[in-house]
Design a binder for this molecule. Structure first.
Ligand SMILES: Cc1c2[nH]c(c1CCC(=O)O)Cc1[nH]c(c(CCC(=O)O)c1C)Cc1[nH]c(c(CCC(=O)O)c1C)Cc1[nH]c(c(C)c1CCC(=O)O)C2
Length: 374
């Protein structure tokens, strides 16, 4: 038996079987390019500090401690769904749990964001990483959170699992936190290309196991976040990001097939990677997530109408009056068309946004698309 199963089977709440029947499959249908009665919608960072109940639950608690508590992750995942009729839930966690599983320390510093006290400085530091990661042992807490949340969702909407992509995680591991230029991490690409590929491959191996573990635990779709695409040029993207993104999707899909598990839709979100849109649309993902710098019509043209698209309202449009949000949404729906489309923001909700405006966004997507679908 797989170690994941053993961890999970010891506790009924964490048994990834007998999940409640799914009542709203609009998001999954759109991801597969099937017809839907309306356009499904969810928001990146829908569980976040813009919600007073989120701030209350998180108050005084360490961020990664919270990530390690399945009960807390489940509660935070469900909070936005109690307020708004989102068509999908995304498990509360963070992309930086993967570097932690590989042996690195990461802290969430208030006012500063994620911080690695001892980032990778040069290729010799790769020795500090665990050569073989026992994903079930290191990240079983995420799998437990997913299983628990799948039960507690009561089949209301599908649950999305996620991971950071190799380049984005590599850049955090080297920069040690957020960065304007990413020059420490980019230095590796130009000065240490071999070591860069070694690290990217190591990350890819862990990410594949991690995503498969999430599906085994109950995730019904997967999103891969390549949040730091924007600091790469097209050539570096083709060498250091795209091959690993493709490898992840191909390996996850092959392994699900081999083990006769259900295929799950996979979404790739390469923020600011407009130059790579054609390539991304042919990289084994079912859905390409878009930031707001891409025009919906041109995104459809450039992806040949073959895959589903997700996005891409500027999160800052949520600062507009509600009626204006409705107009922006209507334009966005007309631009993308209604088939093979999942409405979302072009990046996460910011902490100072008004929950009522998030509600207005969700309602506008549902109302306008319902009218247009008739
Ligand atoms: C780059 C990245 C990270 N984390 C993530 C990304 C990729 C997406 C993106 O491009 O934003 C992914 C992520 N982080 C979080 C989720 C949960 C699910 C959801 O979207 O609702 C997801 C999908 C929770 C979180 N992760 C974090 C928060 C806010 C901090 C808190 O809850 O205390 C949440 C809700 C912390 C975090 N974690 C990270 C950052 C940059 C921050 C913000 C730091 C800050 O603003 O102070 C790393």
């Amino acid at each position: 038996m797989d170690p994941v199963d053993i961890v999970i089977m010891n506790n009924d709440t964490f048994c990834p079987k007998d999940f409640p029947e799914l009542k709203n499959d609009t998001f999954l249908r759109a991801a597969r390019g099937e017809e839907t009665p309306y356009v499904p919608v969810w928001c990146m960072r829908q569980a976040g500090r813009y919600l007073p109940e989120f701030r209350e639950s998180r108050a005084g608690k360490d961020f990664f401690e919270t990530c390690r508590s399945p009960d807390a992750c489940c509660e935070l995942t469900l909070q936005p769904l109690r307020r708004f009729p989102f068509d999908a839930a995304i498990i509360f966690s963070d992309i930086l749990v993967v570097p932690q599983a590989m042996g690195m320390d990461v802290e969430m510093v208030a006012g500063k964001g994620p911080t690695f006290p001892d980032p990778l400085k040069g290729p010799e530091d790769l020795q500090r990483l665990r050569p073989k990661v026992d994903v079930a042992a290191e990240l079983g807490y995420v799998f437990n959170a997913i299983t628990l949340t799948r039960h507690k969702l009561e089949g209301k909407v599908p649950l999305i699992g996620f991971s950071g992509a190799p380049w984005t995680l590599m850049s955090y591991m080297i920069e040690g936190g957020g960065s304007q230029t990413h020059s420490k991490a980019k230095r590796w690409l130009y000065a240490h290309p071999e070591a860069s590929h070694k690290l990217l491959s190591q990350l890819t191996d862990v990410i594949v196991e991690y995503l498969l573990g999430q599906v085994a635990a109950g995730a019904q779709a997967l999103q891969v976040f390549e949040s730091h695409t924007g600091c790469l040029g097209p050539a570096e993207f083709k060498e250091f990001s795209l091959p690993y993104l493709r490898d992840i999707a191909r390996r996850v899909k092959d392994r699900l097939k081999e083990s006769s598990q259900d295929n799950v839709p996979m979404i790739v979100f390469a923020k600011d990677g407009h130059y790579g849109l054609e390539d991304l649309s042919q990289s084994h993902y079912d859905v390409v997530g878009l930031d707001w710098t891409i025009d919906p019509r041109s995104a459809r043209e450039r992806t040949g109408g073959k895959i589903s698209l997700q996005g891409n309202m500027d999160p800052c449009a949520l600062y507009a009056p509600k009626e204006r949000i409705g107009e922006i949404v209507k334009k966005m729906l007309e631009g993308f068309g209604l088939r093979g489309y999942i409405a979302n923001l072009g990046h996460g909700v910011y902490p100072d946004m008004d929950p009522e405006h998030v509600g207005a966004f969700v309602e506008a997507v549902h109302t306008h698309s319902q009218k247009l679908c008739k």
